[in-house]
Each structure stands twice: as structure tokens, then as C-alpha cells.
Design a protein around this ligand. Structure first.
Ligand code: HEM
Length: 316
């Protein structure tokens, strides 16, 4: 890549996240979207479309999108066979695979893992880098923590950490929590009671009523969170304060809480440490950074551009 090229950090992190989740966890195959040409890999493009379609289908009444699908118009128009189509196909006879599970079961598992892990971590990291670039004093403290806790000599290669080593990065952990509070990668969650319920508010949703929870709004309510973020996450003795999961809900809560929560913190910390110990990331000036309303995931509206020319090497 030529020096001075402008690169979209969000796009880059999404590619990293997609390759990682496919190769290491879901299907044992590296789609290599993070090669220097930034190829448009069809399966990743299809997953991006699924995220947009999910938002659309949660907003538009079922009868409308089903009609659009039948007529092949609007958002439901499908020009080609893709994973979205596969996802929509009704149940067929069960052909059992060598592992004793139906192919449908395995496909759905692979899908749900890729979908759950594909963009979430990259979105968390995108907003993390944006927030620390706009709050230099926070970046300085994280650098001090990195200096104190990671190996002193480095050849610039990636450094990996054990869980115990990562636990020492308290300030970094607090900053990531604060990032997820303000920019939850899944900004809206929804639940339905399996039988009539009475909520603490006195509302009485019937069986199957869809209740939407704005994780984004909850994270910004002062009556829940107060004002000072250090008091919020770090105790006087310098330990992380663990919030009740029904208060800090970027990962959901209860029986269906995110299975990838610990893995996500480990991965976000590892990437953050490796980038920050080697580089100072500066973003292209005068770009408008805002949240997108096109997906169920909290992407930026226009990406997050940094320039390789101002990517300063600051090895610690
Ligand atoms: C910052 C990163 C992530 C965030 C913010 C996040 C968020 C969420 C949320 C909001 C849910 C729904 C929970 C509920 O409905 O109560 C969920 C479910 C889930 N997540 Fe994550 N996730 C992240 C990363 C990951 C990763 C990396 C994986 C996989 C390796 C993963 C796997 C799952 C699975 C399997 C479920 C479904 C759990 C169930 O239904 O029993 N997540 N996640």
C-alpha cells in the first residue's frame, strides 16, 4: 500500500474480524478478505446485506416484506442466490451429515456464529479508536498501562497475552466498557414473553409481543450511569467494577447472554495493545463521523478514514 493512501479503519477492522471468526471459530476456513487488495468476498457482502435486511424486517410489518418478497420488489428483491436466500429457505427433509447433525443444523450454527461475531468486535474497536483519538489524555493513560504491562523489547510483531496478563490492563478494560456503553455494537435488542407478563412499569405485554430495548439510549441515561466514568468502572483500589448485566447490556443479559463476551474483551484488548504500542493512529481531518441507521449493527455512516501518511510509528 502506498504511503499517503487513505484507508477506512472500520472497513479494515471488519475484514480482520470476518477472517478471524471464520478461520478460528466457525468454519475453519480463512476467506482472506484482509489481503492488501481488499477483495469483495461474496460471503462477506452477503452477511452485510443480512444485517441491513434484519433491521428492515424488524421495522416493516411482516405482511409487507413477505408481499415484497413474493413480488420480488423493494428491499426483498433478490437478484442472485446468496446466503440470505439460503437463510430464508423453509425446512426441507433432513439429510444427516457424518457428524450426526442435519446439514441445516450445521449451516445454521455456522451462520449464527459468523453473524454474532463478524462485525461486533470490529465495530467496538472502530468506536474505541475514534474515542481515544478524540480524547488524547485517555490514550496517554492507556500507553502508560501498556508500557507497564507488556514486554519491553519488541520487533514490531504481534504480541499475544494470556488471560491473566490481559487482566492487568484495567484502564484499557474500563475504556472498552465505556466505548461499548456509548456505542453498543448491537444498539437494539428485542424480546418476546412466552406468556402474558406484567412489567415493572405496569405494562402488560401479551404472549409474543415484541419488546424492543434501546441499548444505545440506556447507555446514555445519566440516571443510570451518573457523570464520572472513572468512578463508574474502576474502584478506589484500582479494580474493575463489574456492573449488573441488566445495567450494562451491550452483550444482552440473562439466559441468552452473549457467549462471546469474554472472547470479545480478550480480542479487543489484544488488538488495541498491539496497534497502540506500535502506532499513533490519526484520522483524516474534517470528516463527519456519525452512526448509521441502515443496519442492526452500529456502524459509522461513512466509515472512519485515517491516512497511512500520518500513521506514526511509536513503538514502546
Ligand atoms: C463486542 C462484541 C460483541 C457484542 C457487543 C455482542 C452482543 C451480543 C448480543 C446483544 C447478543 C444477544 C443477547 C440477548 O439477546 O440477550 C449476543 C448473542 C450471542 N453472541 Fe455476541 N456479541 C459480541 C461478540 C460475539 C462473538 C465474538 C461471538 C462468537 C464467537 C458471539 C457469539 C454470540 C452467540 C452465540 C450469541 C447467542 C447466544 C444465545 O442466544 O444463547 N458474540 N451477542
Amino acid at each position: 500500500m502506498k504511503l499517503g493512501t487513505e484507508v477506512d479503519l472500520e472497513n479494515l477492522l471488519q475484514r480482520f474480524d470476518y477472517d478471524h471468526i471464520c478461520a478460528l471459530l466457525a468454519i475453519g476456513f480463512d476467506p482472506k478478505t484482509l489481503t492488501v487488495e481488499f477483495p469483495n468476498v461474496p460471503s462477506k457482502v452477503a452477511f452485510d446485506e443480512v444485517e441491513e435486511a434484519l433491521l428492515y424486517r424488524n421495522i416493516v410489518p411482516r405482511v409487507v416484506w413477505k408481499m415484497q418478497r413474493w413480488l420480488q420488489i423493494g428491499e426483498e428483491k433478490n437478484d442472485q442466490f446468496d446466503l440470505l436466500t439460503v437463510f430464508m429457505v423453509e425446512e426441507e427433509g433432513s439429510e444427516m451429515s457424518a457428524f450426526g447433525k442435519s446439514d441445516k443444523f450445521l449451516r445454521d450454527k455456522a451462520y449464527s456464529f459468523i453473524a454474532a461475531g463478524k462485525d461486533t468486535i470490529s465495530i467496538g474497536l472502530t468506536w474505541f479508536f475514534w474515542l481515544i483519538a478524540t480524547h488524547p489524555s485517555v490514550e496517554t493513560k492507556i500507553l502508560e498501562e501498556i508500557k507497564a504491562n507488556s514486554p519491553t523489547s519488541s520487533d514490531g510483531n504481534l504480541v499475544s497475552f494470556t488471560v491473566e496478563e490481559l487482566n492487568k490492563f484495567v484502564y484499557l478494560h474500563a475504556t472498552l466498557c465505556e466505548t461499548l456503553r456509548l456505542y453498543p455494537p448491537v444498539p437494539v435488542n428485542n424480546k418476546s414473553p412466552i406468556q402474558s407478563e406484567i412489567l415493572p412499569s405496569g405494562d402488560r405485554p401479551g404472549r409474543g409481543t415484541r419488546i424492543f430495548i434501546s441499548v444505545y439510549s440506556m447507555g446514555r441515561k445519566e440516571e443510570i450511569w451518573g457523570k464520572d466514568y472513572l468512578e463508574r468502572w474502576i474502584s478506589e483500589s484500582g479494580k474493575i467494577i463489574h456492573k449488573p448485566s441488566y445495567m450494562f447490556i451491550p452483550f444482552g443479559a440473562g439466559a441468552r447472554v452473549c457467549l462471546g463476551k469474554d472472547l470479545s474483551f480478550k480480542q479487543m484488548k489484544t488488538v488495541a495493545i498491539n496497534v497502540l504500542r506500535n502506532y499513533q493512529v490519526e484520522f483524516v481531518e474534517n470528516q463527519t463521523v456519525s452512526v448509521s441507521s441502515k443496519s442492526i449493527a452500529l456502524h459509522t455512516e461513512n466509515g472512519l478514514m485515517y491516512s497511512t501518511a500520518v500513521l506514526k510509528y511509536v513503538r514502546l
